[in-house]
Design a protein around this ligand. Structure first.
Ligand code: AHG
Ligand code: MN
Ligand code: MN
Length: 344
């Protein structure tokens, strides 16, 4: 069986992008390099001083893990060196990171990244990931990147993907022409095509949500969960509950097996917890490219949101299109019963 490496695949598909004379190819390749470097540290995290907190908080007041900051730095270094990227927005940085070297200012693209997703799982050896998306800049080439390059609608993404550091390390990405998965072969240090043209099942029997927040969920979510738990053999219910706590891992399972992931608004997160720009938008692009659905639970397509700021949060309902549609039916039917979250 011939093996197609990530680089070979990107170059083969370069013809899909007449305007990209190799820039997007180089950019994706540099993201792959950063992923391999991070993967190396993740795989020996117990043996090197890369676990635990560093005693600082990120912009969200969340304590930063060493691997959060390490991964952030690796993406910054690799993208700055690519010569195709003029700036980066990251969960770990309050403001955009501008690459103001002359070569970088010529870059036509900007990248958003959640460098290490699922940080709470790092120290307990549960799978984690990195999430990225790529936009064409809107500021003039040759100048510094600006915030306007990053607060674009998700529909403007030219590419989106994630790396999952799990039982194997995979890179899953789309450039708007379907979704493909590449598994890292450590013996050759290359990502190799293993999951061509991934299609998300239209239905599934797995729901994924942090039920610890149940008391503060919107009424529509509570009613949907009860629907999932009812006994109804013809529809395959009761469904199974699976929650890993890393968006990348919970999503990857839904992508391959079908299912729904919900992070609704709650008392702790009145606007939802997940961040629109560097978590929800890239996952939403992958979802739609694979035939799934990604909304805020009220039929508002995630990719259509115009971000207000870099770290804006949104409620996130994502997965098999029939399951998301069913959850939205309950949200619509019981939306009027929404408890005023502040009262709880
Ligand atoms: P990050 O580690 O980048 O902050 O992301 C964590 C996110 C996401 O990965 C996951 O789905 C969610 O937080 C889990 O939140 P809870 O622990 O509140 O369930
Ligand atoms: Mn995250
Ligand atoms: Mn993160």
């Amino acid at each position: 069986m011939t093996v197609t490496t990530l680089n070979e695949y990107i170059i083969e598909r370069q013809a899909d992008f007449p305007y990209a004379k190799g820039e997007l190819t180089r950019l994706l390749t540099h993201i792959g390099v950063a992923a391999k470097v991070i993967n190396r540290e993740v795989n020996k995290a117990g043996l090197v001083d890369i676990l635990g907190e560093i005693g600082t908080d990120n912009v969200h007041g969340e304590e930063q893990k060493k691997l959060d900051v390490y991964a952030d730095q690796k993406f910054i270094n690799s993208l700055r060196a690519s010569g195709e990227c003029c700036g980066l927005a990251s969960e770990e940085n309050q403001n955009i990171v501008i690459f103001d070297e002359d070569l970088a200012k010529q870059g036509k693209y900007v990248v958003t990244v959640d460098p290490l997703d699922g940080s709470s799982n790092i120290d307990v050896n549960v799978s984690i990931g990195s999430i990225f998306s790529i936009f064409r800049r809107v500021t003039p080439v040759g100048h510094n990147a600006g915030i306007e390059d990053f607060i674009q609608e998700g529909t403007k993404q030219v590419a989106a993907g994630y790396i999952i550091y799990g039982s194997s390390t995979m890179m899953v990405y789309t450039t708007g022409k379907g979704v493909n998965g590449f598994t890292l072969d450590p013996s050759i240090g290359e990502f190799c095509l293993s999951h061509p043209n991934i299609q998300m099942p239209a239905s599934g029997n797995i729901y994924s949500i942090n039920e610890g927040n149940y008391l503060k969920f919107p009424e529509g979510v509570k009613k949907y969960l009860k629907y999932c738990q009812e006994i109804d053999a013809p529809t395959g219910r009761p469904y199974t509950s699976r929650y890993i706590g890393s968006l990348v891992s919970d999503f990857h399972r839904s992508l391959l097996k079908g299912g729904i992931f919900i992070y609704p608004r709650s008392a702790a997160y009145p606007k939802g917890k997940l961040r629109l720009i560097y978590e929800c938008n890239p996952i939403a692009m992958l979802t739609e490219q694979a035939g799934g659905k990604a909304t805020d639970g009220k039929k508002n397509r995630i990719l259509d949101f115009k971000p207000k700021d870099l770290h804006q949060r949104v409620p996130f309902f994502v997965g098999s299109r029939n399951m998301v549609a069913k959850a939205e039916e309950f949200m619509e039917k019981f939306g009027h019963e929404e408890p005023n979250i502040e009262e709880i």
